[in-house]
Design a protein around this ligand. Structure first.
Ligand SMILES: Cc1cc2nc3c(=O)[nH]c(=O)nc-3n(C[C@H](O)[C@H](O)[C@H](O)COP(=O)(O)O)c2cc1C
Length: 331
């Protein structure tokens, strides 16, 4: 199977713990969380946290957000002395107001001269491929205009385009514009990856079928659901869907995820437990009988407390599970 299924870049989400769990369940490529080019140059303490990695956390890419080609080049050159990356991605997709206000993120797609200059500067000077993450539009959908932006990226030296099939104005809701992604794929020689609503294997196949794209990025579909990578791969290879993990299996993966956060995340104690609570909520979503556990999460003050809470979560009794002693669900 040669379809590439990557873990999408997600700021505040795809830390080392998330990446290790996703890789163990089939993600073939991950990204560090988004890096601000100026912050990278000014030795911001956040940089060391964001760049935390391990030998097993490979291959890994980095994504830079910025607006000034010279600053972005300096930042990228510094970055590659700190970590080994397989490629460098330019963020032209972020819809956050504070980023757009500076002319960065998705705003770059409205300023193709600048976007082209950034890509040209970085791709001509860096020893790693330069890629671009785009949205299918800024305020409004316009397939022709979007294909022009995509062509500018290719002509300026981009090696791959990652395309989120929504406009900046849509944020993270609304239908996916498969037509724009497919039109860019047809017009370009470089590989195109589709992003947007890769929430299950059927939607993953839909993205591939409707756009002809070369690979996909799983984003929100992987939150509390990191087995999505294996499930998609199996469906694309065999046409067979896979049962989601059993509740004991889910609990085991969640506990591994929390153990990685406990071990690797540099965060003040209270914030770290709060972050673990957020991760736990992702996994407990949709688990029957977990409502009581979800309601208790915010009151928990320690990693051990969270693990105890997870151990108390059981599936809804049905004819089969009624026969299984309670302790069998403890992992
Ligand atoms: C919490 C969160 C953070 C994100 N951060 C980034 C980011 O830093 N860079 C980026 O290019 N995209 C970012 N994205 C967008 C995703 O990579 C992806 O393109 C988008 O969520 C669409 O996919 P989905 O509908 O399957 O979630 C983020 C998305 C979410 C939900």
């Amino acid at each position: 199977m040669d379809t590439k299924i990557y873990l999408a870049p997600m700021a505040g989400v795809t830390d080392l713990a998330f990446r290790l769990v996703s890789r163990s369940l089939g993600a073939s490529q991950c990204f560090f969380e988004m890096l601000d080019s100026r912050a990278l140059l000014y030795e911001h303490p956040r940089n060391r946290r964001l760049l935390k990695t391990l030998k097993d956390d490979s291959p890994i890419a980095a994504q830079l957000v910025g607006v000034d080609p010279a600053v972005m080049l300096d930042a990228a050159q510094k970055l590659i002395t700190l970590v080994d990356i397989s490629f460098l991605d330019i963020n032209s997709a972020c819809p956050a107001k504070k980023i757009i206000k500076k002319g960065a993120g998705a705003a770059l797609s409205e300023n193709t001269a600048r976007l082209g200059k950034i890509i040209k500067t970085l791709s001509s000077k860096l020893p790693v491929p330069v890629t671009v993450k785009l949205r299918t539009g800024f305020r409004e959908r316009n397939v022709k205009k979007f294909v022009k932006v995509a062509k500018t990226c290719q002509e300026s030296g981009a090696s791959v385009l990652f395309i989120h099939g929504r406009t900046m104005s849509q944020g993270y809701s609304g239908g996916i514009d498969y037509e724009s992604i497919g039109s860019a794929k047809k017009a370009l020689k470089i590989p195109v990856f589709g992003s947007g609503d890769i929430l299950d294997p059927i939607l993953a196949k839909k993205m591939l079928d409707e756009t002809g794209c070369d690979g996909i990025l799983a984003a929100r579909g992987a939150l509390g659901n990191p087995w999505i990578f294996k499930n998609i791969e199996r469906y694309l290879t065999t046409g067979e869907t896979t049962e989601n993990p059993t509740i004991p299996e889910k609990k085991k993966i969640l506990k591994t995820h929390l153990a990685y956060i406990e071990k690797y995340k540099d965060m003040a104690f209270g914030n770290k437990v709060g972050f673990m609570g957020k991760v736990t909520m992702w996994y407990l979503k949709g688990i029957p009988n977990a409502a009581r556990a979800r309601a208790r999460i915010s009151g928990i003050r320690s990693y051990e407390g969270l693990v105890d809470l997870i151990n108390e979560v059981y599936p809804v009794p049905n004819r089969l599970s009624n026969l299984i002693p309670k302790s069998d669900f403890d992992i």
